[in-house]
Design a protein around this ligand. Structure first.
Ligand SMILES: *Cc1c(COP(=O)(O)O)cnc(C)c1O
Length: 410
């Protein structure tokens, strides 16, 4: 499990290349009208990244508004319960608005302001990214429009109301299945006609260049912190880091500082859903093929004709047909290994963490936990397993209760 082979000729900072490629993945598949704005965004981002004033401003907001650094927590009772590796949790669930998504929302809104853009748009599935974006826009008094599938709006009425409370306009998308994929299309449609005044805050390490790179860098704070915290807690790096993978932003952020450390195994956990059959899951590396969707080349769940397959997961945040291109790259090199946890295993892990640690994890994060539950007992007690707890589960209580056969009053 350790000493995973990887290509030391491609250090993590060298990717993507100037054209936005991670090997054969990634790129810029966008409408003609967005090619110049995307190039300008990439250039503005690289300049900001090198500017100490931008970095200081970002660090201050992450600290004062979002609540960083997040804790590195030794899960003592979970460790004892499983009887193997020592388990640590990186507590992204402690952040303002409840998940890692705020790291990226703050970074992109600061960049938009630097570029003189005063209007923000975003897409959201379950509402977590929309909520984080709405919060940052409220903090700066900026106009904020969130595109959301009409079906998702019904399922996530509370998040819709939270966004509206913070001053965002939530626009219902009625096309297709009326979920995340259609909301992304609608956000792009808006951006094509508004790009001079508007920045599109994409919510995960996905899409056309420079988004996968930018979002990765903003989420990289997770592993920059965990690495230093682990060295001070244990005097060494973890043996294995595990994170759940929707679009891939919390995972690439949690892995980034360990990519060049051959002694640290990295596992991304996708949604195994009901079963690995078409329409039953969202495990792109288990059932997907290489193709192009919404801006980049990557692994996608599609049928023989290239039609996008339906997906299913108990957790809305992992329920997407494609995965970030950087993960596709490291998957093919064997540097990041991908596993999947099904709905039932995630629900079990969700309850277990509540009971033995008093921590209510997001259903997304519960997929990473489910994998830890599976492998920790087979690891010797001197090994260290770090699980990225991407978010808190308060948003999921009603849905989890229903999935476990209980109906709570609305
Ligand atoms: C959105 C979300 C995810 C999935 O998104 P990634 O970009 O893959 O990180 C995971 N966990 C939580 C708590 C989320 O809100």
């Amino acid at each position: 499990m350790n000493n995973v082979p990887h290509d030391s000729a491609a250090p993590r900072h060298a990717l993507p290349d100037a054209t936005g490629h991670f090997g054969r993945f990634g790129g810029t598949y966008a409408p003609e009208t967005l090619m110049t704005p995307l190039a300008e965004l990439g250039a503005a981002y690289l300049a900001a990244r090198d500017d100490p004033a931008f970095r200081d401003g970002l660090a201050a907001l992450l600290r004062d508004f979002a609540g960083r650094p997040t804790l590195l927590y030794f899960a003592e009772r979970l460790t004892r319960h499983l009887g193997g590796a020592k388990i640590y949790l990186k507590r992204e669930d402690m952040l303002h608005t409840g998940a890692h998504k705020i790291n990226n929302a703050i970074g992109q809104v600061l960049l938009a302001r630097r570029m003189g853009k005063r209007r923000i748009i975003a897409e959201t599935g379950a509402g977590q990214h929309g909520t984080a974006t709405a919060a940052v826009c409220a903090r700066f008094g900026m106009e904020c429009v969130i595109y959301m599938g009409a079906t998702d709006m019904e399922r996530q009425a509370l998040n819709v109301y939270r966004m509206r409370l913070m001053g965002a306009e939530v626009r219902a998308v009625n096309a297709g299945q009326r979920t995340l994929k259609e909301a992304v299309n609608e956000a792009f449609r808006d951006w094509v006609s508004s790009v001079r005044t508007t920045h599109y805050v994409l919510g995960t390490a996905y899409g056309a260049h420079p988004f996968p790179m930018m979002v990765r860098d903003f989420q990289g704070v997770i592993s920059r912190e965990s690495r230093a915290q682990m060295l001070s807690a244990e005097g060494r790096l973890p043996d294995h880091v595990v994170a759940c993978v929707g679009g891939g932003s919390n995972a690439i952020g949690a892995f980034f500082e360990y990519l060049d450390e051959p002694g640290v195994a990295l596992t991304g956990v996708e949604a195994g859903g009901r079963a690995i059959v078409p329409g039953g899951h969202a495990a792109r590396f288990a059932g997907g093929k290489v193709g192009v969707l919404q801006g980049c080349k990557t692994y996608i769940l599609q049928d023989g004709e290239g039609q996008i397959e339906g997906t299913h997961s108990v957790s809305a945040g992992l329920d997407y047909a494609a995965v970030g291109p950087e993960h596709a790259y490291y998957h093919e090199r064997g540097r990041i290994v991908f596993a999947h946890a099904d709905d039932a295993a995630a629900l079990d892990a969700f309850q277990l963490l509540c009971r033995v640690e008093g921590i209510l994890p997001a259903l997304e994060s519960s997929h990473a936990l489910a994998h830890a539950v599976k492998i920790a007992p087979h690891m010797p007690p001197e090994k260290i397993l770090l699980v990225n707890l991407s978010g808190r589960g308060d948003k999921d209580v009603w849905h989890a209760a229903r999935a476990m056969g209980e109906l709570l009053p609305q």
